[in-house]
Design a protein around this ligand. Structure first.
Ligand code: SF4
Length: 274
């Protein structure tokens, strides 16, 4: 990628899901070079317990530090404040747009609670003070954990002093190959990293949470109820699920629950071609 080693900090943007965890461990094994200076995990404060437990474990496997950063006091507190009139910087909750179609609020959470705290930390690591303009040459190479099957998510940094690198795409690795790499080395399987009550969950994720993670499910039900009468900027009813039903009224049963064989076992990623 043409980034000079030594002059530039190599930093992993660690989401703590399958891809970024695999990338971090591959670097630790010397399979991706150079050795990163550090990793940064942007904590929304709303990840499920198993993600924090995974991160605790992962940190111990890595020969470089992991910085955990959080914007203000986290996303959940921010949403709570917006219900009682505070500024809204939250997720794209579902809303009834005209009585017929489902709309969505604008998504602010990723930029405010993921990208912003990471950028602030990187600026600090390369020695920039608040408001100081970045250098004209590249000072930070940010490794992003995007696999070949989601290449459309890759983008170019808008900051001239920062370059994005995609080591898994360089190695042409898919998410499934990341899981295989982990398994081949005897590592445990990482879980998906996302806020407990992210409106982007598909029904399989909601079903899994309802069946296997009662603590997170209770948090999701509480959030779904909290936002029902709107947040600052809208008095429309808001929902976590696109059906515009309260979460505990949505039928998440799948083919297996209905007594039929599940042809699409987990991790088929919807691309089995059938
Ligand atoms: S996981 Fe969902 S709710 Fe959390 S920051 Fe990302 S888009 Fe927002």
């Amino acid at each position: 990628m043409g980034v000079e080693v030594g002059l530039v900090k190599h930093i992993i943007s660690l989401g703590a899901g399958v891809q970024s965890s695999t990338m971090a461990l591959m670097a630790a094994h010397g399979e991706i070079t150079p050795m990163p200076d550090c990793a940064i995990f942007a904590d929304t404060g709303a990840e499920p317990r198993k993600v924090y437990e995974w991160l605790d474990w992962l940190e111990k496997q890595l020969p470089y530090p992991v910085h955990r950063v959080m914007h203000q006091d986290g996303l959940e507190n921010s949403v709570e404040r917006s219900v009682s009139g505070g500024r809204f910087a939250g997720p794209p909750f579902f809303t009834e747009s005209d009585g017929l179609r489902t709309g969505q609020l604008r998504r602010y959470c990723t930029s405010e609670f993921k990208i912003l705290p990471i950028t602030q930390k990187v600026r600090q690591l390369i020695g920039l003070s608040k408001g100081q303009r970045g250098p004209k040459s590249i000072a930070a190479c940010m490794w992003q954990g995007i696999s070949l099957d989601e290449i459309q998510r890759a983008r170019i940094s808008v900051e001239g002093w920062q370059q994005f690198r995609y080591p898994l795409i360089e190695k042409r690795m898919t998410r499934q190959q990341c899981l295989q790499w982990m398994q081949d080395r005897g590592y445990p399987k990482p879980s998906k990293s996302a806020c407990v009550w992210c409106p982007y969950h598909d029904d399989a994720a909601w079903r899994d949470q309802k069946m296997n993670d009662p603590e997170s499910w209770a948090e999701s039900l509480a959030m779904d109820k909290l936002i029902r009468n709107g947040v600052r900027g809208t008095n429309q009813k808001l929902y976590l699920h696109r059906s515009l039903k309260p979460l505990d009224e949505v039928d998440f049963r799948n083919a297996t629950d209905m007594g039929q064989a599940d042809m699409f076992a987990e991790e088929c990623e919807g691309m089995c071609g059938m």
